[in-house]
Design a protein. Structure first.
Length: 115
């Protein structure tokens, strides 16, 4: 199975250790129709707007998805959905609505956020 990550689970980010055992397929972007929000310590992706979110696509074992669901507080805070990628369908963690805090990242890249 495949998982698209766009924030703290990416290489060089604080929670990337949770991706141990995953295989990086590539750095890609979502299809148009998504917005990335900076919530401070972590981002939130929302299905809205005309933008794209940049991130990394991984092949992961099913057991890892259960652990990542716990980390992402899914389904309480985030919900899993699928997106189309050049490698086929992939899971993505989406925020269920536009966040009430933080701000949008028009460029869609968590690594480029202002600090």
């Amino acid at each position: 199975m495949r998982l698209f990550v766009y924030g703290t689970l990416m290489r060089g980010q604080p929670a990337h250790r949770l991706m141990r055992g995953a295989r990086l397929l590539g750095r890609i972007a979502t299809p148009r129709g998504y917005t990335l929000h900076d919530l401070g310590p972590y981002p939130a992706a929302v299905r809205a707007g005309r933008g794209r979110i940049r991130g990394e696509l991984y092949a992961i074992p099913p057991a890892m998805l259960r652990r990542l669901d716990a980390y992402e507080n899914c389904p309480a805070e985030y919900r899993r959905a699928t997106i189309a990628t050049v490698f086929g369908r992939a899971w993505i963690y989406l925020y269920p609505c536009r966040p009430r805090r933080g701000h949008g990242l028009i460029h869609g890249d968590w690594r480029r956020r202002e600090r």
